[in-house]
Write a protein that binds this ligand. Structure first.
Ligand SMILES: [Zn+2]
Length: 139
């Protein structure tokens, strides 16, 4: 599996990626993220775009050891040895898979509060890609 995203695609959904914009279903009010053409709850296709808070709880996570991540992350893995990928359940309900930054894997606990930050993801073809990572919320 690769996290490669072509440049036109990256530009097209940059608001969704960087501002955590969800689609709220107009008929059943389910917040949908990532956005989809149809509501998974009721099948409707009319939505209002709304920004998510970016605040949530760590639902689950996994540590990817050196060499186990897509090639784009090689630079980062060389520096840090391993990366943590987690699933965050946002306050509004959607679950997002993203890297968990600024934390040692040993310090993570399920249910801990985290928030989204826009971080540099990786360089590819001379372009720095940005995306959402989650960091622990200090006590
Ligand atoms: Zn719906």
């Amino acid at each position: 599996m690769s996290s490669y995203i072509s440049l036109p695609m990256f530009g097209a959904n940059i608001g969704e990626r960087l501002r955590l914009e969800a689609a709220r279903c107009r008929s059943c009010a389910t917040p949908i993220y990532p956005q989809r053409p149809q509501c998974p709850g009721c099948g409707a296709s009319e939505f209002d775009i709304e920004a998510l808070s970016g605040e949530g709880e760590l639902y689950t996570y996994t540590v990817i050891a050196r060499g186990g991540a897509p090639a784009e992350f090689d630079d980062q893995q060389t520096m840090t040895g391993s990366i943590v990928v987690g699933v965050v359940e946002l306050r509004e309900g959607p679950r997002i898979m993203a890297q968990i930054a600024d934390s040692e894997p040993e310090s993570l606990t399920i249910g801990m509060p985290v928030r989204a930050e826009v971080r540099r993801l990786y360089d590819q073809e001379g372009v720095v890609r940005y995306g959402t990572k989650f960091v622990p919320v200090p006590d």
